[in-house]
Design a protein around this ligand. Structure first.
Ligand code: SAM
Length: 365
């Protein structure tokens, strides 16, 4: 704290694995977290940090000052070279520590505080902007919500990336959706919350064109890898976006799907309204989700705040009605046979019986 040249904040953590194992995960998570907040950082020496400035032009706001993975990386705010000599910067160091790695995150700078007295301001900034968020981040409820985010609401990290490449427990739902939609070449499909793009991969085999959004940078990366050919051929468009404000013009799609997304939406009616807006007249919409019977099973866990929300048929149909769909119904297909054929382990197949899964079908008038 004392003296303008002293680092203001240092945080350290010891984790298992060598720096060569730890660094790529750490950097991957950091870049995804930044992207989800509207910042893009290029992983290279002199790589730029850009504001994606939703709605405004992209602007460069910083740069990778030091790029020596897996040991040291520094990201500095400002403009390279011309930036102030004490421009605020964050340095991440990974050093070998026994069988593990110590990660040291160090902040320097802070000359941009306005007014006096500066030391009092530094202490205020540290307390309100660093310590208070850290205290809230370690609250048990927040940690639980974070792990729901990581696995379902906004999947991220190596395990989620691997799981959503071929999400075995979603394959029966994909089967029911695709069977019902019977897509053809003329179809223009929208997927909201595409995860790792496994449903898209299957849908695109029918010759249809598709566009999809997700608000997880990690999931979009996997979806892009899984559908690289279709992307290159211009048959698929992947966009970062929120279900509540789809980045597509009205009337663009013949059909739309959501698989496993409803449990995570804060405002399902708004998401349905957006689907309705982007559908052509006569366009079909299908959402696959679990029924409340799923609470207490390994698929949904207990009914808790911040966990998945599972809806009755009545609730699903009222979302469709309030969003403005003219026709809607809920089906409960028995997909236990499909689950067995998809490789779902025997003890989990009951979750694909008619009591546990709902398919909401709706049509734009
Ligand atoms: C449980 S995963 C399902 C992924 C994929 N549809 C599947 O069935 O394998 C839910 C997906 O919806 C995305 N999602 C949740 N809420 C969203 C929102 N408000 N806007 C955009 N995507 C959302 C998540 O990021 C995640 O990829």
């Amino acid at each position: 704290m004392r003296g303008s040249r002293a680092p203001v904040v240092q945080l350290s953590a010891r984790v298992a694995g060598s720096p060569a194992e730890v660094f790529p995960v750490l950097w991957g998570e950091l870049s995804s977290a930044l992207l989800e907040r509207g910042w893009l950082v290029r992983s290279e020496p002199d790589g730029r940090l850009r504001s994606l400035g939703r709605g405004s032009p992209r602007s460069e706001v910083g740069w990778v000052d030091r790029w020596e993975p897996p040991r040291t990386v520094t990201i500095t705010w400002g403009r390279p070279r011309t930036g102030a000599p004490r421009a605020p910067a964050l340095t991440i160091r990974c050093t070998v520590d026994g069988a593990g790695t110590t990660i040291l995150v160090e902040h320097r700078g802070g000359e941009h505080l306005r007014g006096a007295p500066r030391e009092e301001q530094r202490l205020g900034w540290l307390t309100t902007e660093v310590f208070a968020p850290l205290l809230l981040a370690i609250a048990p409820a927040r940690l639980a919500a974070w792990s729901y985010d990581r696995g379902g609401r906004r999947p991220s990290g190596p395990t989620s990336r691997a799981n959503y490449r071929e999400p075995i427990y979603h394959l029966p739902g994909f089967h029911a959706i695709l069977e019902g939609l019977a897509l053809g070449k003329e179809d223009r499909l929208l997927e909201v919350g595409c995860g790792g793009g496994a449903l898209l991969r299957r849908a695109l085999r029918t010759g249809c064109r598709a566009a999809a959004i997700d608000h997880s940078a990690d999931m979009l990366k996997v979806a892009a890898q899984q559908n690289a050919r279709a992307l290159a051929a211009g048959h698929l468009e992947l966009r970062y976006g929120d279900a509540g404000a789809l980045p597509f013009p009205g009337g663009r799609f013949t059909c739309a799907v959501m698989s496993g997304v409803l449990p995570w939406l804060l405002d399902p009616v708004q998401a349905f309204r957006e689907v309705l807006r982007t559908l052509r007249p006569g366009g079909r919409f299908v959402a696959w989700t679990g029924t409340p019977r799923m609470y207490g099973t390994p698929a949904a866990g207990p009914r808790v705040r911040g966990g998945p929300r599972l809806y009755s048929d009545r609730a699903l149909m009222s979302f469709a009605r309030h969003a403005g769909f003219s026709e809607y119904r809920v089906d409960h297909p028995d997909l236990r046979g499909v689950a067995a054929a998809s490789g779902v382990p025997k003890p989990a197949r009951f979750l694909f019986g008619p009591d546990y899964g709902s398919l909401l079908w709706a049509r734009k008038g």
